[in-house]
Structure formats: C-alpha cells, structure tokens
Design a protein around this ligand. Structure first.
Ligand code: IPD
Length: 274
C-alpha cells in the first residue's frame, strides 16, 4: 500500500514510546504476578497484558491490514503481508523486581513472524527505565535517541564483554550452564542483564562486544536484531541457520566467527538434555 520503511519506523517508535510511558506511569505497587507461563519462574504481569492491549488497539487503528504477533498471546491475522511483532515488556523479571533493563520492543516484518522466513523492516526498542530509544529501518541505519550510532571497533574474543540470557525451563538452563562454563574462561566477562532486546541494542552501540542466547522468541529478537545489524554488527545463528530459537549470536569482526565456532564446538544448539 505504498507505505515506506521510514513511515513504519516512525510508527514503531511512536508505539514503543507511548507504551513505555504507560509502563512508567504505573507505580511499583501495581506490579503483580498475574499468571505464569512455561514454568513458575516465568511471570506474566498485569502490566504486560495491559500494554499489549494498548499496542494492538493502536495498530488496529493505524495499520488495520497488518498481522500482529504479541508475546502475551495476541495473534491477529492480516492481509498486507506485514506482521508487527511486539513485546510489551521484554525483561519482565526485572520489571517485577524493580531492577533496571526492561523495554518495550516493537518491530514490523515482511512475511510471517518467523525468523527463518521474515525480513525485518523496522524496529524500535524503548528502555523504560532510562528512556533511551533505539530504532532502525532496513537500509536506513540505526539511531539511539535520534542520533545515528557510531561505528564500533571490534574487540578480540579474549577481551570481549559478552551478554547472554537464559530460558525459563530447568532442562534448558542445565544445558545453558554447561555452555556458560565453556564461554566464561575465554572472554573478558559475561553479563546477564535480563532483556534480550536491550542486550542487542547495547551490542549495537558497543556496550557489549558479543551476545548469544538460545531460545529467543520472535518478539525478543526482531527489533533489537535490526538495530544491531543496521549498526554494522552481524546477527547470526549456528551452522548456517538464521538467528532465532535455536541460537542467536551477535557481534563483529573475527571475534564473532571465533565465538560462533566456540558455541558450535560446545554444542550450544544441542537438544536440551543431550
Ligand atoms: C526474556 C528476556 C530475557 C531472555 C529471555 C526472554 P521476557 O523476555 O528477553 O533477557 O533471557 O529468554 O524470554 O520474558 O522478559 O519478555
């Protein structure tokens, strides 16, 4: 329908900042664990639900032909071939505990909400605590608070600060702990900050050198992956796969290739329990 990448990016930015303001406006005493999802350490707060409703309502008005996939269960079919992939609060556990690093993540992709088949067109990650807002459009570069992200030098693997995250299931975590034991002695240090979307934006701006995580969902990945790649980083999977559920690895230069080899050798993509 003639919509431009710049227009989609502007809408992603408007949606993410509006949703972020809604999250910020609530007081901490309003945080409640409304339900749990995959396991009892995976909280769904009432706020996650309310913010997803807000995003879906605005998209229904502004982009009624587009599909929507949201973390809290919205799966709205569309006719335009575009899909909005939204996470109302990425970093829910931080939000719940009042720890920094949670964000609203909004992306729009051409095709289905499937990292193997989509093309990410535009995305925005709004850090709710700091207000910092990263956005990117395909071929347009990435910005933080409207300022283009500068080129980042790549560090050698041994001096790389690495971000990662863990799944919620115990069997997955046991496997992730084994991989962590292979990675930790070979890098500068590891951070588990708690929001994959923010981790990818920190990597984009050079605040992390490498990032890896198993089991990311489309809504954790889409906006941050575009910000990172438009900032000049590479976002890849293992063994030639697209980044996504099996593994997402991001970084720059030879360190990224060495890190991918390390993760492949550590069988970081092996089935849980293998
Ligand atoms: C989680 C965060 C976390 C990552 C988990 C995600 P949520 O998203 O991105 O950093 O390690 O894999 O599920 O559940 O807070 O939206």
């Amino acid at each position: 329908d003639g919509v431009s990448i710049a227009g989609l990016r502007a809408l992603a930015l408007s949606l993410a900042t509006e949703a972020g303001a809604a999250v910020r406006a609530r007081r901490p005493e309003h945080v409640t664990v409304a339900a749990t999802k995959s396991s009892d350490v995976d909280p769904v707060t009432a706020m996650d639900r309310a913010v997803e409703e807000l995003l879906v309502a605005r998209l229904a008005t502004e982009r009624p032909q587009d599909a929507i996939l949201g973390e809290e269960g919205d799966d709205v079919p569309g006719t335009s071939g575009l899909t909005w992939v939204v996470d109302p609060i990425d970093g829910t556990v931080n939000y719940l505990y009042g720890v920094s690093s949670f964000a609203v993540s909004v992306a729009v992709v051409a095709g289905p909400a499937d990292p193997e088949r989509w093309t990410i067109l535009a995305g925005c990650v709004h850090d709710v605590v700091t207000g910092r807002t990263w956005s990117a459009g395909l071929g347009e570069g990435a910005t933080a608070d409207g300022v283009p992200l500068p080129a980042v030098e790549h560090a050698p693997l041994g001096r790389s600060l690495v971000g990662t995250g863990f799944g919620y299931a115990a069997s997955r975590r046991a496997a992730q702990a084994r991989v962590l034991a292979e990675v930790l002695p070979r890098v500068r240090d590891i951070r588990r900050l708690g929001s994959a979307a923010i981790d990818l934006c920190l990597l984009a701006q050079g605040s992390l050198d490498l990032y890896y995580e198993r089991g990311l969902n489309p809504w954790d990945l889409a906006a941050g992956a575009l910000v990172a790649s438009e900032a000049g980083a590479r976002v890849v999977g293992l063994r030639g796969h697209a980044p996504g559920a099996t593994m997402t690895v991001a970084g720059r230069g030879p360190a990224l290739d060495q890190f991918v080899s390390l993760l492949e050798a550590a069988q970081a993509d092996a089935p849980d329990g293998a």
